[in-house]
Design a protein around this ligand. Structure first.
Ligand code: FUB
Length: 327
């Protein structure tokens, strides 16, 4: 399958339908001479572009709306503009993005615009109480917005085992809980305030349960435990939380009855692609469901030079996500 965007390297695509078009909010990968490591330092992105298209079948053409936000414009940021997402509410568009603050700690910021393609003006401070990476927004049918986030290793989620306000620097780097009896760390969620710019309550950890036991997925279960790349969508009244398993390179999903969970592991959406990371979004467009993701084919396998792709996905009669159209 050919990349959807080829004029620049792009990754972590968050797709939304706004004004009848598909808008894509990706990371903008760039070449760097930073040494590769498992902390992800080589993912040294410095701005965001927004893309849009009218058509996914056939895919494109895709319009690049240019730079909509950059590091220099955000007072609290030092570096690493990682995977963003966007939301619409009451006539405004909101761009959520993770980045390291001046102390090297990942926080989540918000920037506001009048149009889906920006430009976006950042708030001067990150969202109070935010931490880690990969924000994903979800606006439920009743208009309530939620922000999901979290990522292990370079994403620093494992540094908050003592609570939302306690950053334990000793856990920095490619580390996570492990061993007999240890449960995987859960992704995080908070409702957003009506103005979409703050958390409406203390951040909560979500539960992803193994279907065979009803217990939390084990920390050592790297084929199924949450690593990063949170995404939420709703199908037939159920909440589908999807994510990457990181070092085992799968995209998986889990299903629940509430936006807070608990969620029960449901299966894989995408097998490993070329490149270390895998990250996605799922959106309905013209009555069909689409998986946006990335791989490193265009850069011949350079992990931090990725390209966005899209493919159709389906549901079987039990609501399981499948990649082939059911009979
Ligand atoms: O793009 C930088 C990081 O790589 C993202 O935040 C992760 O999800 C992974 O794709």
């Amino acid at each position: 399958m050919a990349p959807l965007i080829t004029n620049i390297y792009t990754a972590d695509p968050s797709a939304h339908v706004f004004e009848g078009k598909v808008y894509i909010y990706p990371s903008h990968d760039r070449e760097t001479d930073i040494q590769f490591n498992d902390n992800g330092d080589q993912y040294d992105m410095a701005d965001y572009h927004v893309f849009s298209t009218d058509s996914l079948d056939p895919a494109g053409p895709v319009v690049d709306h240019g730079v909509v936000l950059k590091t220099e414009d955000i007072p609290w940021v030092s570096k690493q503009l990682w995977a963003p997402d966007a939301a619409y509410k009451d006539g405004k568009y909101y761009l959520y993005f993770p980045a390291r603050d001046k102390d090297g700690i990942f926080r989540i910021g918000v920037a506001v615009g009048d149009r889906p393609e920006g430009p976006f003006t950042p708030d001067p401070e990150p969202i109070k109480g935010s931490y880690s990476i990969d924000p994903a927004t979800f606006v439920d049918d009743d208009g309530q917005a939620y922000l999901y986030f979290g990522g292990l290793w370079g994403g620093q989620l494992q540094c908050y085992q003592g609570g939302n306000d306690v950053f334990d620097a000793a856990w920095q780097g490619p580390k996570e809980p492990s061993g007999q009896g240890a449960c995987a760390l859960g992704p995080r969620v908070a409702k957003l305030t009506d103005d979409m710019r703050q958390f409406a309550h203390e951040v909560r950890e979500m539960a992803i349960l193994a279907p065979e036991t009803g217990e939390l997925i084990a920390a050592d279960d790297h084929d199924r435990r949450f690593f990063e790349a949170a995404w939420m969508h709703k199908y037939n009244g159920k909440y589908y939380f999807s994510y990457s398993t990181g070092d085992t390179h799968y995209l998986c999903y889990a299903v629940g009855d509430s936006p807070y969970g608990p969620f029960t592991y449901g299966g894989r959406i995408l097998e490993p692609v070329l490149g270390w990371t895998t990250h996605h979004s799922i959106v309905e467009f013209n009555g069909r469901w689409w998986l946006f993701h990335h791989d490193c084919e265009l850069s011949n396998g350079v992990d931090h030079l990725r390209s966005v792709k899209v493919k159709e996905i389906f549901y079987d009669k039990d609501g399981k996500i499948v990649t082939e159209k059911p009979e």
